[in-house]
Design a protein around this ligand. Structure first.
Ligand code: ASP
Length: 582
C-alpha cells in the first residue's frame, strides 16, 4: 500500500494515528533542530516534521530532498505547534518515522505554487508541472463537474450520448477544415469535423430523437486570443420540436449547471431579437448586466451645420450615469479608445449634464443650450451624467458604440463578475451578404430553417429573411447557438442554390444528407454550447486555455509535444504527398 491517506485528508481527529503518505515535495524548511517538508498531492498539502535530536539520520535525509522529489513517508499524526488556518490540514503535522524517496526530480523551471514565477510559454512547455498547481487543478475539477452534470441532466431527460466520427468529409460551417490525407486512397482526404452537424441531423432521421455528445470539434481559423483550433462542444439535437422546446430544454440545462456547480439560481432569461439587440446594444451578444442602452439622436442632431453629424447615417449615443466628473484627460483617453484601429471611430463627442441641469458639450459651437436639452431629454439624463455620442455608417457606428459601452461598463464597475444575466438572442437573419465574394453566406449554417412566414421571400428578397436561429448569451459571452433545421429535401436543395452551390457541388458535398431527407426526415433542431468557454465562465475568467489540460498557444502550437511538426519523406511518400523539396 503506497498510502493510507492523501495529503488533504488528515485533521485533528486523526491525532495519534499511524499513517503513510506519498506525494511531491513542495518545500523544505530548516528551523534549527527541526526540518519541515510540505508534501503535496492532488488533494492538498500536509506538513511533515523531522526532529534532529530524535533521529539525526532521518533529518539529514529530509534536508537533502529537492523540490518535486516524489517521496513516501510513514509516521504519526501530531498536533501542530503553530497552526495554519488557511490549510485544511493546518492543525496537524506528521512526525515522520520512515522516509523513502520514490523518485528524484530536476529543479523545476518555475515554482509550483498558487502564484508562480513562470511565464505562460514555459508553463505550457512543462504543462505536466503546471498541472500540479492548484489553480489548474481546480479548473479541471470544475470542467469535470460540468461535464458530469451535463451528462446527468441530459441523460435524465432521455438524451442519448452517441459518438460521431472524427474522420469525415468537409462540412462548411464558416471556417476552414483541417484535413487528413488518406494513405489507402492516395490523393484523397478526410476532414476533421468543425462540428457533428450533419451527423446529428442524420441521427434524427435515424429515429434517435434526443441526442447529445460532449465532443471535440476542429476549425482551422486564424487564431484569436481565446480560440483554440480544437475545442469541445456540448452538441445536442432533438426531433419533433419547435424553437420554443429547444429554448426551454437548454435553459433548464444551464439552470441546472448553475444550481449544481455554483449553487446559483439563475434569473429568468430575457429575450431579444437580433434586430433589437443590434439597435439597443450594437451587438448580437450584449452584456445586459447593465442598461446604458443606445439612444438615437439622428433627428435632433442633424441640420445644425455640424458636418460630422450631417453626413452620418446615424448619430447614436449612450448615457454614462454619474460620469460627468470625468476629467479632460479621461475623456481624451476615451476618445483614443474609440479611435484605436480595432474600433475605428473617427472621434467621440461628449456632453456633460452639470449639477444645475445645464449642458456642457464638446460641440457647443454647433449646438446651443436648447439643442442640448433635447439630447438630455432623449437620454433621460440627469445632473452628473455624461453623454457620449458617435456618428457614421449605421452598422459600423453601432459596433463601435458597443465597444465604448462595454468599456464604460468596466470603468463604472457595472460588470460585476458575481451577477449573471442570461439572454436568448433570437430571429437571426438567415443570410449575410459577402461583399468580397458577391454572394450570400449562411449566417449560422446552410441547414438552418428560414422562419416559415418568411418562406415566400426566398425568391424575391432572400437577404431580408429571418431564421429560426438562436444564441444563448450570458454576460456578453455567447455560450451556445443553434437553430431549427430544414428537413425538407427540396427546401434544402433550394438553400444550397441560394448559397451559390451548383447542383453538382451540392450533390457531391451533401448528397448523403439530401438523400436521407428523402426517407422521412422528422422536423428537428438543436444547439451546441462551447464547453471550454462554459467552464471558463463558471471559473470566472475568459481565458479558455486555463480550462483545457493540454491547450495550444496563440499561434496554434502545442509547446509541450512541439506540434505541428514536419514528417518524414517516407511518410509523405506513403500518403501520396510527395512535395518536391529544394
Ligand atoms: N453546429 C452548430 C455549431 O457548431 C451548432 C448547431 O447548430 O447545433 O455552431
Amino acid at each position: 500500500m503506497y498510502r493510507s491517506h492523501h495529503c488533504g485528508e488528515l485533521r485533528s481527529e486523526n491525532i495519534g494515528h499511524e499513517v503513510t503518505l506519498a506525494g511531491w515535495v513542495q518545500r523544505t524548511r530548516n528551523m534549527g533542530g527541526m526540518t519541515f517538508v510540505d508534501l503535496r498531492d492532488r488533494y492538498g498539502i500536509t506538513q511533515l516534521s523531522f526532529n534532529l535530536e530524535k533521529d539525526e539520520k532521518l533529518c539529514e535525509a529530509a534536508r537533502k530532498l529537492g523540490r518535486e522529489f516524489v517521496i513516501q513517508v510513514q509516521g504519526v499524526v501530531i498536533e501542530r505547534e503553530s497552526k495554519n488556518d488557511r490549510l485544511d490540514t493546518g492543525h496537524i503535522e506528521i512526525e515522520v518515522r520512515e522516509l523513502k524517496v520514490l523518485n528524484e526530480s530536476q529543479t523545476p523551471p518555475f515554482t509550483i505554487e498558487d502564484e508562480t514565477d513562470g511565464g505562460e510559454e514555459v508553463r505550457m512547455k512543462y504543462r505536466y508541472l503546471d498541472l500540479r498547481r492548484n489553480p489548474l487543478r481546480k479548473n479541471l475539477e470544475l470542467r469535470h463537474k460540468l461535464g458530469f452534470e451535463t451528462r446527468k441532466f441530459l441523460s435524465d431527460q432521455g438524451f442519448l450520448e452517441i459518438e460521431t466520427p472524427y474522420l469525415i468529409k468537409s462540412t462548411p460551417e464558416g471556417a476552414r477544415d483541417f484535413v487528413v490525407p488518406s494513405r489507402m486512397h492516395g490523393g484523397e482526404f478526410y476532414a476533421l469535423p468543425q462540428s457533428p452537424q450533419t451527423f446529428k441531423q442524420i441521427l434524427m432521421v435515424g429515429g434517435y430523437d434526443r441526442y447529445f455528445q460532449i465532443v471535440r470539434c476542429f476549425r482551422d481559423e486564424d487564431l484569436r486570443a481565446d480560440r483554440q483550433p480544437e475545442f469541445t462542444q456540448i452538441d445536442c439535437e432533438m426531433a419533433f420540436v419547435e424553437q420554443e422546446d429547444i429554448l426551454n430544454t437548454f435553459e433548464s440545462l444551464v439552470r441546472h449547471l448553475f444550481q449544481e456547480v455554483k449553487g446559483i439560481d439563475l434569473p429568468d432569461y430575457q429575450r431579444l431579437t437580433y434586430a433589437e439587440a443590434m439597435r439597443r446594444y450594437g451587438s448580437d451578444k450584449p452584456d445586459i448586466r447593465f442598461d446604458m442602452e443606445f439612444v438615437e439622436l439622428t433627428d435632433v442632431a442633424q441640420g445644425k451645420d455640424f458636418v460630422v453629424f450631417d453626413s452620418a447615417e446615424i448619430v447614436v449615443g449612450i448615457c454614462a450615469k454619474g460620469a460627468a466628473s470625468y476629467t479632460r484627460k479621461q475623456l481624451d483617453q476615451l476618445t483614443d479608445f474609440v479611435k484605436r484601429p480595432q474600433i475605428g471611430a473617427k472621434g467621440l463627442i461628449y456632453c456633460r449634464v452639470n449639477e444645475d441641469g445645464s449642458m456642457k458639450s464638446s460641440v457647443d459651437k454647433f449646438f446651443n443650450e436648447a439643442d442640448l436639452q433635447q439630447w438630455k431629454s432623449k437620454f433621460n439624463a440627469e445632473p452628473g451624467d455624461l453623454i457620449l455620442v458617435l456618428a457614421g455608417e449605421t452598422d459600423k457606428t453601432r459596433k463601435q458604440l458597443n465597444e465604448l459601452r462595454l468599456e464604460m461598463g468596466n470603468q463604472l464597475g457595472l460588470r460585476d463578475s458575481k451577477t449573471y444575466a442570461p439572454l436568448w438572442v433570437i430571429d437571426f437573419p438567415l443570410l449575410e451578404w459577402d461583399e468580397d465574394g458577391k454572394r450570400f453566406l449562411a449566417m449560422h449554417h446552410p441547414f438552418t430553417s428560414p422562419k416559415p412566414e418568411h418562406l415566400s421571400l426566398l425568391d424575391s428578397d432572400p437577404g431580408s429573411i429571418n431564421a429560426n436561429a438562436y444564441d444563448m448569451v450570458i454576460n456578453g459571452v455567447e455560450l451556445g447557438g443553434g437553430s431549427i433545421r430544414i428537413h425538407d429535401q427540396k427546401l434544402q436543395a433550394r438553400m444550397f442554390e441560394i448559397l451559390g452551390f451548383t447542383k453538382e457541388e451540392a450533390e457531391k458535398q451533401f448528397g448523403f444528407l439530401m438523400g436521407a431527407f428523402k426517407y422521412g426526415a422528422p422536423p428537428h433542431g438543436g444547439i451546441a454550447f462551447g464547453f471550454d468557454r462554459l467552464a471558463a465562465m463558471f471559473g470566472g475568467t475568459d481565458s479558455i486555455r486555463d480550462y483545457i489540460a493540454f491547450p495550444k498557444n496563440n499561434a496554434g502550437r502545442d509547446l509541450m509535444i512541439d506540434s505541428p511538426s514536419s514528417i518524414s519523406a517516407d511518410q509523405l511518400e506513403e500518403l501520396s504527398l510527395n512535395i518536391t523539396q529544394e
